[in-house]
Design a protein around this ligand. Structure first.
Ligand code: UD1
Ligand code: UDP
Length: 401
């Protein structure tokens, strides 16, 4: 079975790394990796962490890239590769431009598609933007839907996705996190070296770790987030650590507003193991990241989500994450409460982890093998038949009325 994994950004690479590792060690599978290079430095850092040497690199990234240009470059590059190496399956992950453009390219070549992390929904096409649209588009063309949770499965079913094309697997990001967290916290020379490297962290004060990059917050939203971070950093006994995303629309306002403030340490994006280590050192995490919302609860770190919506409702319902929006006062109030109220803190730091058990990649690869190779039109016609029972009751009701 020939399987082509396509990814291009930091989070896709982290979440696909365990899948690629599993494919590599599975007999009967010929696995190839195509990176689009939608991210360059942040992708390369993950590739080197996990020892992935891509078979193909489309090198699509441009400074401050536009979404249509990016889509077009990914589709053209992936299409050429599909024409040359006809895989049985293309695997895409999540909701980035890379994943949707690669999914569409596969669909147009009639190559079957496995969608890793399928079924996340906010229900609001404007938030997160453009990711909510991206993931819905991918769901339309995917053949196998790897839903991380039962809620994601329910969202796919509600859209008419064939039940037997969905598998609840857990999130592959938790596979990566559990392995990495174990490695970075194991006592020994590596831990000692890392502690020395981050020796500037003051263990006497509370550490607030911040990340942010969402396109829908560019402009006013980021201004309010920065004001909140500045206000927190002014409080005694608090240090803010903020690895700043490489997007120029993030770096501009963040460095202008927060650069030079005594309580704020602005640093470059961390390599994944260093970031996991930093999460273990944090008392509180403020983020708009999807992946960090899933990871922080595993490490028993309360996470405040600086967005208006979340597709990770599982964490909010479990009480381990809170949606605070981008209002300055609301962010500061929620953070101060957690820093000052030990009971409120304990209630969020329970370790409840709704997103997986660390075996998602194994389930995905087993499922792919069970599909076998073979011509796509057969699989597509089966899927069409599966849709019929979902459609028929509505039509029948209409007719009898
Ligand atoms: C992208 C994804 C978003 C995901 C995020 C993870 C889309 C539309 N957006 O957003 O879903 O949550 O990645 O971080 O797919 N840059 C660099 N070097 C890098 C990475 C980025 O210089 O390693 C700069 C470039 O100027 C690039 C810009 O950041 O043009 C934006 O990158 P892009 O991937 O388009 O958007 P992100 O905001 O990173
Ligand atoms: N991450 C990292 N270094 C950093 C910040 C985040 O390795 O400096 C990791 C983090 O642990 C998570 C992923 O990057 O696994 C999240 O990526 P991002 O927030 O860019 O994207 P999203 O998850 O929002 O799509």
């Amino acid at each position: 079975m020939k399987i082509l994994s396509v990814f291009g950004t930091r989070p896709e690479a982290i979440k696909m790394a365990p899948v690629v590792a599993r494919l590599r060690e599975t007999p009967g599978v010929t696995s190839r990796v195509c990176v689009t290079g939608q991210h360059r430095q942040m992708l390369d850092s993950v590739l080197s962490t996990f020892g992935i040497v891509p078979d193909h690199d489309l090198a699509v990234m441009r400074p401050d890239q536009g979404l249509s240009d990016l889509f077009a470059r990914v589709m053209t590059g992936v299409d050429a590769l599909l024409a040359e190496w006809r895989p049985d399956y293309v695997l895409v992950q999540g909701d980035t431009a890379t994943s949707t453009a690669a999914g569409l390219a596969a669909f147009f070549r009639k190559v079957a598609i496995g969608h890793v992390e399928a079924g996340l929904r906010t229900g609001d096409i404007a938030s997160p933007w453009p990711e909510e649209a991206n993931r819905r588009l991918t769901a339309v063309v995917a053949d196998r839907h790897y839903a991380p949770t039962a809620r994601a499965r329910a969202a796919l079913l509600a859209e008419g996705t064939a039940p037997d094309s969905i598998l609840v697997t857990g999130n592959t990001g938790i596979d990566a996190l559990l392995r990495t967290a174990e490695a970075v916290t194991a006592p020994g020379p590596a831990l000692a070296a890392r502690e020395a490297r981050f020796g500037w962290l003051d263990p006497q004060v509370r550490t607030v770790l911040v990340t942010g990059h969402r396109r829908e917050s560019f402009g006013a939203g980021f201004g309010r987030i920065c004001d909140a971070v500045a206000a927190l950093a002014e409080r005694p006994g608090v240090q803010v650590v903020y690895p700043v995303h490489l997007n120029p629309n993030v770096r501009g306002p963040v460095f202008a507003r927060l650069g030079g403030l005594p309580g704020v340490r602005l640093i470059e994006p961390l390599d994944y193991p260093d970031f996991v280590y930093m999460m273990t050192r944090a008392d509180l995490i403020l983020t708009d990241s999807g992946g960090v919302q899933e990871e922080a609860p595993v490490l028993r770190k309360p996470v405040l989500v600086m967005r208006d919506t979340s597709e990770r409702a599982e964490a909010i319902e479990a009480g381990v994450a809170r949606l605070v929006g981008t209002d300055t006062a609301a962010i500061v109030a929620a953070a101060v409460r957690l820093l000052e109220d030990a009971a409120a803190y304990r209630a969020m730091a329970t370790g409840a982890s709704p997103f997986g058990d660390g075996h998602a990649s194994a389930r995905i690869v087993a499922d792919l093998l069970a599909q076998g190779g073979g011509p796509l039109p057969l699989r597509r016609s089966i899927k069409t038949r599966d849709f019929v029972p979902a459609i028929r009751p509505v039509a029948a009701a209409g007719l009898s009325a």
